[in-house]
Design a binder for this molecule. Sequence first.
Ligand SMILES: NC(=O)c1ccc[n+]([C@@H]2O[C@H](COP(=O)([O-])OP(=O)(O)OC[C@H]3O[C@@H](n4cnc5c(N)ncnc54)[C@H](OP(=O)(O)O)[C@@H]3O)[C@@H](O)[C@H]2O)c1
Length: 257
Amino acid sequence: MPTLANKVAIVTGASTGIGYAAAKLFAREGAAVVVAARRQKELDDLVDLINTEGGKALALVGDVGEEAFAKALVDKAVSHFGALDIAFNNAAILGAMGPVPEMSLTDWNQVIANNLTSAFLGAKYQLPAMAARKGGSLIFTSTFVGYTAGMPGMPGMAAYAASKAGLIGLTQVLASEHGPQNIRVNALLPGGTDTPAGREFASTPEAVAFVHNLHALKRMATPDEIAQSALYLASDASSFTTGSAMLVDGGVSINRV
Ligand SMILES: NC(=O)c1ccc[n+]([C@@H]2O[C@H](COP(=O)([O-])OP(=O)(O)OC[C@H]3O[C@@H](n4cnc5c(N)ncnc54)[C@H](OP(=O)(O)O)[C@@H]3O)[C@@H](O)[C@H]2O)c1
């Protein structure tokens, strides 16, 4: 029996990178998936791929920072696939990087809205749908940046780090408040991952070497490796795991170079 048989999942940030890999994996493991991002063609291609492989998927294009879109995603999962069991709230941007004294309030607010307020909006509509199902798994993609490392050598990530650390606080409170409803809430903290965002961050050979060297494993993750950890948190394999900030970071957090 596939790990996610008879489950219904939302995956945001599914047009590329970690979300794309996770949506494919969840579908291969039996889940019906509603995939979300702002780019239509990438999502349509993903849905075609999943359907060709015999899976079930549909795409919804929109901005996770908008409340109407957060609601529409849940409505779509319930009306089309009958329920919601899993929400992988993964969409995010790095935003304009730069030292805080030079950062505009507009740039700060854009990152917080895109990465943190979107998580609140997602949870707001996902939790009641999961409660109706008598349980579920909610996952936020956070990061080690701002949690175990301040990223010396690559400064300028204050807004990104604050948005992602905020997700860990949100995770803990939601896990505590919704545990009695059998809803598990966890944050997944990847290390450097070879995605478009990862390549934007490490955009020169020197930066790539620097990022690889931060990790005990001396490389970045593949999106598929992080997707496997999302699958663990989504599935009953992690049935006693809630409120965690789960590091899947290739040893960045324990490595001292
Ligand atoms: N790559 C890394 O090294 C790394 C490390 C730690 C944590 N993370 C986290 O992992 C997650 C995935 O990152 P990634 O590396 O896979 O990034 P990515 O390749 O840039 O993908 C980001 C995804 O989020 C979507 N997205 C961004 N803003 C959105 C919005 N407002 N509304 C809807 N969709 C939106 C993008 O799609 P559209 O552009 O089509 O909207 C895209 O599908 C993020 O939360 C990131 O912070 C990444």
